[in-house]
Each structure stands twice: as C-alpha cells, then as structure tokens.
Design a protein around this ligand. Structure first.
Ligand code: PEP
Ligand code: MN
Length: 333
C-alpha cells in the first residue's frame, strides 16, 4: 500500500502518521521526492482502514500495490534511484561505462587494461577474481590474489572496481571493493542476497540465465528488504533458442524495468552475445533504449584471454565504441 502525503504536510504530522503505522507492525519505506513524499507500507496491510487514512488532512491519496516487490517498486519511490560509487553516479540520467577483462590474470594485464579503458572514458573497472565457470577444469580465477590486483589497478588509475562475489565465505575479501557483482548464476542465491542487503555497498545484480523480470525484481527485493537500497540491475541476455549467439539480449527489459522500478538498469552486451563484433551494435542499441550504463569486457590480447576472449573488445575498439555511445545517448535523451 502507498500513502501519498500532501506537499504542505508538516514534518510533525508526518512523524505522527509514521509512528502510528509502525505501531500496527508495518514497515515504512519513505521516499522524499522533489514533488511528492510517498510512504510505502510493507507487511500485512489487510487490516489498514484505507478510508480512515484517506480522510487524514495530510494524506493526498492511498493506493494498494498489488505487486509482491515493494522496496524496488517505482510506485513506492517515484524518482529514479541514483547509486553513488565514489564520485561516479549511476541512474537518474547519469550514464556509466564499466569496462575490463572477464577475469583478472596478472598485474600487468589488469593495470594495463585499467589504464587503457580509463583513457577511453570508462568510469569503473570490471574484472573477475572468482569465476563461475561451466567446467570445473577451466580457469577459476586468481581469487584473493585477483582482488589484490584489482586494488592495485584502482590505485594506479583511480577507477572504482566491480567484481563478482560467488560465496558468502569470501565476503571479508570484498571489504574494500566498490561494487559487488552478483552473477547470473547466483541471482537466486537468497542467502547471499540477504547478506549483501546488510552491507552499505552498491550491488550489481545480474539477471539469471532463465529468469523473468519479476524474479529479477524479487531478487533485488531480497537485498533491499535487508536494508541496502543501492542496487543496480543488469540485463545480460537470457537463454532462448538463439543458436549463433551466446544468449538473447532482451533489450525491451530496459524500458520495462524502468517502468516497474526506480533502480538503475545497465546492459552487458558481452555475455549477451558472446561475440566481440556484436558488442558495438548492441551497446548502441542499449544506449538508445535508455540503459543507465554498459558493462563491457575488454582485453589487451583477446586471443590469449583465460576466459571469454571471443567476446572481448580490444581497448582501441572500446575507445571508438565509447565515443559512439556518447553520441547515441545525447541523441536519445
Ligand atoms: C561476468 O560478468 O563475469 C559474468 C560471469 O557474467 P554473468 O554472471 O552474467 O554470466
Ligand atoms: Mn566473462
């Protein structure tokens, strides 16, 4: 249920209303926007008397929200959420380019790529230290050492870092990481999501390989219901019956997620297509349909990459793409 507060309501009366509602055992999600203050009521609202609420002089309107996702629902929070990562802002009209290798391989590799993508205009550096690989015989990542190398690259370039956490037991290693990524395969690892909800850190939540938008939003809800509102959604392609492409990039998910939720939505054209030459056109399409950013795999030597070389751009191609993305954004705004 949402309660829209009149713009002239005094703070004291708002406080009284909030404590009265809390007294009924309800959780309150408060959204103070530029033009509207909205109270989102979480919990069993079946006993709330809507007519009584509506009759209060500070209440403008009361509506039932039928969707099961509440905290991430745009009805609860009409303005876009802006996630801050240091000085970088994501969402609410702020577009970000996240770039870097699939996996961290060595200091020379990650620092070199970080410098190159920074020069090309990237805002954040990506790189996997813990890798969820389909085969247990494939490179599994440098793990703790990879995390340390990412920090070195951050020190050298100033770029904040995004890296994937696969297992809760590794959480202490991520203390100094700027954005924690939850990969597609862990989108419904609810214990992990709940724990990440207790942190004060941005979480990049990727859509699962075969998950609906509602399931993605319910996973965001797990993080937010535990108290962490800094969630970035990521469309990374889903399993359909595409044959020549790694996945099917569901770009209509971007405007739909923006309609349903106030959270920023970014697109990963690398894992969505699996082919480097498909990444530029899909990046431009993502920028045109209103994505709040892109996460793109870039490698200095794609043919020798330990993971996902086929979909990795060289820094030079990334640089050209970044420029085109900026002009598409400007035209689409
Ligand atoms: C990744 O970004 O490194 C990754 C493994 O992506 P996904 O979880 O989307 O497959
Ligand atoms: Mn990858």
């Amino acid at each position: 249920m949402i309660v829209v507060i009149k713009s002239n309501a005094s703070p004291e009366k708002q406080e009284q209303l909030i404590s009265w509602l809390k007294g009924m055992g309800l959780g309150i999600h408060l959204s103070v926007g530029e033009f509207q203050t909205v109270l989102g009521l979480i919990g069993d609202t079946s006993k709330v008397d809507m007519d009584l609420l509506e009759s209060l002089d500070i209440v403008d309107s009361v509506k039932r929200v039928s969707e099961t996702f509440k905290c991430c629902n745009r009805k609860f929070h009409p303005d876009d959420t802006v996630v801050n990562v240091g000085d970088v802002k994501i969402g609410g009209g702020n577009f970000v380019m996240i770039a870097g290798p699939c996996s961290v391989e060595s200091e020379e590799q990650i620092v070199g790529i970080a410098k190159a993508v920074k020069a090309a205009g990237a805002d954040l550096l990506r790189g996997g230290a813990f890798k969820p690989r389909t085969s247990p015989y494939d490179f599994q990542g440098l793990k703790g050492e990879g995390i340390e190398l990412l920090k070195t690259a951050r020190k050298e370039t100033g770029l904040p870092i995004v890296t994937e956490i696969m297992n809760l037991k590794d959480l202490p290693l991520f203390e100094d990481i700027d954005v924690l990524q939850v990969g597609a395969r862990n989108m419904q690892n609810f214990d992990l999501l709940k724990e990440l909800g207790t942190l004060h850190k941005p979480v990049l939540l990727k859509r699962g390989l075969a998950n609906t938008l509602k399931e993605l939003l319910m996973s965001a809800e797990y993080i937010m219901a535990s108290g962490n509102e800094q969630v970035i959604l990521c469309e990374r392609g889903i399993r359909t019956y595409s044959d020549y492409l790694r996945n099917t990039l569901d770009l209509a998910a971007v405007p739909m997620l923006h309609e349903l939720s106030h959270l920023p939505v970014i697109v990963d054209p690398s894992h969505a297509t699996g082919i480097a030459r498909m990444v530029p056109p899909m990046s431009l399409a993502a920028a045109a349909c209103g994505a709040d950013g892109l996460i793109i795999e870039v490698h200095n030597d794609p043919s020798h990459a330990l993971c996902d070389g086929a979909q990795s751009l060289t820094p030079a191609v990334f640089g050209e793409l970044a420029e085109k993305v900026r002009s598409v954004r400007a035209a689409a705004m």
